[in-house]
Design a protein around this ligand. Structure first.
Ligand code: GDD
Ligand code: MN
Length: 407
């Protein structure tokens, strides 16, 4: 990641003698061309946070406009430390920026919020207070609780899409999202100790979902909020974000081997469609059914290969050339077919099984072998060291600390 060194913009207020009170909360704010919003945001944070809670602010900026300069200027009026981490490469987009900010956080609590004032700054102390009062690791600002609303979400279409995405996500992760009515919220507080930033691989906008599913914070609380209209500028979310969101869901859902095997099986089932279609066409063209079966099977194999490449093993493709992966995958898929017949013969002839249970058992056996073979021989996972003593890989995120300035 080519994050520049955090540039700290100390407040211009006269520094009181003695040691400053350490910040209790680090407010992480991702920015992408928000020059029209950051001044107002800092003013409203100044109004509502420091009197209730010592804080510091970390902007993680991927802007191409003058947002960092506007922040630096506005920070002179802030009674708390303000840091800007400007990234030359916007790796991971909004989610990647938030993880970067969490790594730089030095307080016990981290609040993540947008820069466009859709998230009311006055709620920041309430989120932390609720977490303390209810001994929660994660406090979500929710639009779906009584007292909350999404009036700022422009248009009925966006409201409907957002609601459908929420339902789908809750259905896919009923346990991890238990007690979270708004997993799409971009406004939340989390204890730094509950974040395993190294385990996070955020893809796009849904960083709360990523945290809830991968870090499994033990106790969760919610606070209602009204999603405001954007203060200035435009939303940075594009149609591409929708595709990224679906990929993110698949990636999170298939993080464990048993879940991947189920997905592998479901993809395998869809392979019947191209297989049978090809068989229909080839037999129609007058090919004998046996060679037609063999050729048609390759259509199913290629279909499956494409789907598992895109959906299942997307981030495990880089250590082997695509032709190598395709060859190995096809070999395993056809070996499955060739193995199954002698296996059925063995089960029937040697073990006295009836044909139907023997076939079922053979199908299951070759399926599991094929899944294990595909994982190990085509997409061998790269294991990362997770040694908690390794200072380069700490459990709690703590890399370049923004130096505290007194205020
Ligand atoms: N650093 C960085 N890099 N910041 C980004 C990037 C990026 O690539 N893309 C967007 N941001 C920043 C914006 O500058 C803004 O401060 C914040 O992330 C949210 O971006 P918006 O473009 O305003 O998002 P939205 O209003 O469509 O979506 C918000 O509401 C959704 C709920 O409907 C976000 O909070 C989503 O996370 C949330 O799901
Ligand atoms: Mn917004």
């Amino acid at each position: 990641m080519s994050a520049g060194a955090p540039l700290t913009v100390p407040g211009a207020l006269p520094e009181p003698a003695g040691v400053a009170e350490p910040a209790v909360v680090t407010i992480v704010i991702p920015t992408f061309n928000e020059s029209g919003n950051v001044r107002e945001l800092l003013a409203r944070l100044t109004e509502s946070v420091p009197s209730r809670l010592p804080c510091e602010v970390v902007f993680v900026d991927d802007s191409t406009d003058d947002t960092p300069a506007v922040i630096a200027d506005a920070a002179r009026d802030c009674p708390f430390p303000v840091a800007v981490i400007h990234r030359d490469v916007a790796e991971g987009g909004l989610g990647g920026a938030v993880v970067e900010g969490m790594k730089a956080a030095g307080s016990d609590w981290i609040v993540v919020m947008d820069a466009d004032l859709q998230h009311p700054p006055g709620l920041v102390p309430d989120l932390v207070a609720t977490g303390e009062k209810e001994s929660a690791d994660l406090v979500v600002a929710s639009r779906y609780l009584p007292g909350g609303s999404r009036s700022g979400l422009a248009g009925g279409y966006r409201v409907a899409v957002s609601r459908a995405a929420t339902l789908l996500t809750k259905g896919l992760f009923p346990r991890a999202l238990y007690g979270i009515s708004d997993p799409m919220s971009g406004f939340f507080a989390i204890r730094r100790a509950a974040v395993t930033a190294e385990a996070l691989k955020p893809l796009g906008y849904k960083i709360l979902l990523e945290l809830a599913v991968r870090c499994r914070p033990t106790a969760v609380a919610e606070v209602p909020f009204v999603f405001q209209d954007r203060f200035a500028g435009e939303s940075k979310s594009t149609a591409k974000e929708g595709g990224r969101f679906l990929r993110h869901l698949v990636e999170l859902r298939t993080a464990s081997a048993p879940a991947r095997m189920v997905a592998f099986g479901l993809i395998g089932l869809t392979g019947f469609v191209p297989n049978l279609l090809a068989l229909h066409v080839l037999a129609g063209a007058g090919l004998h059914y046996l060679p037609a079966e063999i050729v048609a099977n390759q259509f199913g194999v290629m279909w499956n290969f494409l789907l598992i490449e895109v959906l299942l093993f997307r981030d495990r493709r880089h250590h082997r050339h695509w032709a190598d992966r395709m060859g190995r995958f096809a070999l395993l898929a056809n070996a499955d077919l060739v193995l199954r017949i002698p296996l059925i013969a063995l089960l029937v002839g040697e073990f006295g099984l009836a044909v139907l249970p023997a076939t079922t058992l053979a199908l299951l056996t070759t399926f599991v072998l094929r899944f294990a073979g595909t994982e190990a021989l085509v997409y061998l996972p790269h294991r990362r060291s997770r040694n908690p003593r390794n200072p380069r890989n700490p459990r709690s995120p703590r890399t370049p600390r923004a130096p505290r300035s007194t205020s």
